[in-house]
Design a protein around this ligand. Sequence first.
Ligand SMILES: Cc1cc2nc3c(=O)[nH]c(=O)nc-3n(C[C@H](O)[C@H](O)[C@H](O)COP(=O)(O)OP(=O)(O)OC[C@H]3O[C@@H](n4cnc5c(N)ncnc54)[C@H](O)[C@@H]3O)c2cc1C
Length: 398
Amino acid sequence: MDRRTDYLVVGGGMAADAAARGIRDVDPDGTILIVGADEDPPVRRPALSKDLWTDDDTTPTDVLLGTADATGATLLTGTEVTGLDPDAHQATTASGTIAYRVALLATGGRPRVLDDVPPGDRVVYFRTLADYRRLRRLAQRGSHVVVVGGGYIGSEVTAALAQNGVDVTMVFPEDAPGGGRFVPEIADQVSRRYADAGVDLRQGRTVTSTMSDDDEVTVTLDDGTTLTATAVVVGLGVTPDTSLAEAAGIALCDDGGVLVDEHLRTSAPDVLAAGDVASFVDPRLGRRRVEHEDNATTMGEAAGRVMAGEDVAYQHTPFFYSDLFDLGYEAVGRLDPTLETVVDHPTDDGTVVYHLDDGRVVGVLLWNVWDSVDAARDLVARPDPPDDLTGLIPKGDA
Ligand SMILES: Cc1cc2nc3c(=O)[nH]c(=O)nc-3n(C[C@H](O)[C@H](O)[C@H](O)COP(=O)(O)OP(=O)(O)OC[C@H]3O[C@@H](n4cnc5c(N)ncnc54)[C@H](O)[C@@H]3O)c2cc1C
């Protein structure tokens, strides 16, 4: 069936939801069509590895963002946009064409897949609500799950499963959970917390292959060890999903994302991009692409406003956060312990870690320190940071 819409949003994730809200704030009447490949409508993705496991009162329905009700948008779920012709203002799906006035690419990222670890019934590359449902069914109390990867997803899913009585083996190449983001003082604390929770940590190891049958999956590590498990969860990061943009001849950036200007416009007429897929100009840190909720929602909303004709620029330095058992953090910028680093931890309340590049603070980790994101943001990229950074951001609730 061929369709016509004022606003076409390609995606169906958090940036898509925020964009529809941004459009509706500016234009009460325009038609909005969201086309998303996921089988579910937009969800609050961070809850998939947190609240849904740690808060008994949170159900899958609670994590739906309620996009259609809030904005009046029409949602096509389980539908991929397979082609985009910016000059003709037309998109293509398996069921027909969509004529639009202005379009947004909010296609996010696709999980990185290991060659010899094919996705399957028991091998979950964890990203969607459907992945959550599948893992919930497989990961019963007392079952054994192998988690591959120590970054964001691997660390959170491991903690979530362990808190639900699942035996977890976590395999990752770094020395500690956290994907190499943490200075040794914090990395040690994290490793201890995981070990105390009974997690079998296989640090310094990678998975070379998996073999599934009807009942279990056998995992082989690079040292030849084999493990059997009910399920394997893989979290190795994502690559921006630029296939549609590339095929449409839209310019990409060296970092792999879709290049956007400060109004989130791509190189093609009337096509914008936002969220994980977009390479944007951060006013403090320069051009970058990140995979954070705050970025997806703030940028998505700005893009929606621009689509509807408002003259707004996206000038935001996003923050990000994670919860690992009873530990947690908020952060701004680059967490890179290979940079010059100042660790401020005179008290047990929390730790603030500053990363510097060329004399400027480029990243701040607020470890168990809350409500200080704005203070961290103010410091990032200040041309004249104080010589002594210790004590600058207060510990405990500010
Ligand atoms: C489990 C999990 C936990 C997270 N926890 C945190 C956290 O604690 N803190 C934090 O800051 N961030 C967190 N994040 C990251 C954050 O959720 C993402 O940055 C954000 O959701 C990105 O939103 P997006 O809309 O840009 O992309 P996505 O949410 O990836 O949505 C993109 C959508 O586009 C669809 N799509 C792609 N191509 C097409 C096409 N051609 N046609 C139709 N649809 C298409 C995809 O199917 C997908 O549904 C987490 C992410 C996950 C997966």
